[in-house]
Design a protein around this ligand. Structure first.
Ligand SMILES: [Mg+2]
Length: 421
């Protein structure tokens, strides 16, 4: 079984740990330069919509609420503490965003009981309240988590078993756009086909879904049916954060190797960011040693680096990611995995990046950068991945997936065409 552990109102909860007066109060966290609201406590939700610029909040409401600048250093460190705590009580943990992680729960005889204990321990040791959803696949665990969080009666833990009437009810009660990996555009298209709820999608024809949408959505349908087939690394564009990570082909403790891997992930993340027309407010990076190798020293650091302005510029994102790596890297460990997460995404709206004091030269500079990034993306799309990249890469780098058995790219590369003798 797979669990999804999710911190409740994470940024607000972090603030409350060190400022208990904020408990029960409406709190909002602002983006860089205190621009707009990027996180809300439950109490703030009915008062202020997500993403609202701070200056647009009416004075009457402003007086009743607490607004805080985003403190990414604190959130990053608290995230690390929560995951470290969880790691002590589970076989495997895969962080999925700054406040969510999937955990392996196989082998526990009483899973709900174990999860309740885990929840209590995390709260005791870190001060952060969490909810845990449990099911046989990641997609279902996500739905289960939603119930764990929304329905107080379950006390923060909900196990969703397939083949029960409550399973059908649960799926019927969730709209398709609440299903993990189903974005707004796909949801709209599904609705035209009469598929409105998670249950409708569960019942959909696999072949039709594959033909009219994608293999990725087909996998989502299988996952809703309880067949696990989505790995963390092959997620469809998530809405709130973008994560790129990969296990290395071999273990490495070399800083140069890690820098290269982080640069590659940061670039790939920035590319995805531009594809979905978002900008990120912060970059998180993490490293992982191999937890199965009990003979090796273990170290699972992570860090969040805020971006001065929300951006989709590969160069700024790579720079921030490298800064983060410098801060957490330690010699003497062999790493198995590295990854980059782009946090607190918002729609790229050319106006929102500027304020009254932005001068014309900044705007021109920004437009030039946008053009540069667009050009790089276009070339890479036409000529193949990594035709243009930031910095070079070593062909035998450990982070490269093992591709020693790779055949030629017969149909897409002029220099790899099959030869006729
Ligand atoms: Mg959360």
């Amino acid at each position: 079984m797979i669990g999804l552990i999710d911190c409740n109102n994470f940024y607000a909860s972090c603030e409350r740990v060190f400022n208990p007066k904020l408990e029960g109060q409406p709190i909002g966290i602002l983006s860089n330069n205190d621009g707009c609201v990027i996180a809300r406590s439950n109490e703030l939700k009915p008062l202020v919509p997500m993403g609202m610029p701070a200056y647009q909040i009416q004075p009457k409401i402003r007086k009743q609420i607490t607004l805080l600048s985003s403190n990414y250093e604190l959130y990053g460190d608290m995230s690390q503490r929560v995951f470290d705590t969880v790691r002590n009580y589970t076989a495997n943990i895969e962080p999925y965003s700054i406040d969510e992680a999937f955990i392996q729960l196989d082998g526990f005889s009483d899973i709900p009981d174990h999860c309740q204990k885990l929840r209590a321990i995390v709260k005791r040791d870190t001060g952060i309240p969490v909810s845990i959803g449990v099911a046989s696949t990641r997609t279902l665990a996500k739905l289960a988590n939603h119930i764990a969080k929304k329905q107080v009666i379950h006390q923060g833990v909900y196990c969703l078993a397939t083949n029960t009437t409550s399973f059908i009810d649960t799926l019927k009660a969730h709209a398709i756009d609440e299903v993990w990996g189903v974005g707004r555009r796909i949801a709209e298209k599904l609705q035209t086909l009469g598929i409105h709820s998670a249950w409708d999608l569960h019942q959909a024809d696999l072949k039709q879904i594959r033909q009219q949408f994608s293999v990725v959505l087909e996998r989502t349908v299988l996952e809703l049916r309880g067949i696990a087939c989505i790995e963390l690394d092959d997620l469809a564009t998530p809405k709130k954060n973008i994560m790129t990570s990969r296990s290395f082909g071999r273990l490495t403790g070399d800083l140069f190797d890690l820098q290269e891997a982080i640069r590659m992930h940061a670039c790939r993340g920035a590319e995805k960011l531009r594809r979905q027309q978002s900008v990120a407010n912060a970059v998180a990076i993490f490293l992982k040693t191999n937890h199965f190798r009990k003979d090796l020293n273990q170290y699972h650091p992570s860090i969040v680096v805020p971006l001065a302005v929300a951006t989709d510029d590969s160069r700024l994102i790579v720079h921030a990611a490298q800064k983060g790596l410098q801060a957490i890297y330690k010699k003497g460990y062999l790493f198995m995995k590295a990854g980059v997460m782009l946090l607190d995404l918002k729609a790229k709206n050319s106006n929102s990046q500027y304020d009254l004091f932005t001068d014309e030269s900044t705007v021109t500079w920004q437009q030039k950068n946008d053009q540069l990034m667009q050009t790089i993306d276009n070339i890479n799309r036409k000529m193949g991945k990594n035709t243009i990249q930031l910095g070079g890469t070593q062909p035998q780098a450990p982070w490269q997936i093992k591709r020693q058995l790779l055949s030629q790219r017969y149909t897409t590369r002029w220099d790899e065409l099959p030869l006729v003798k």
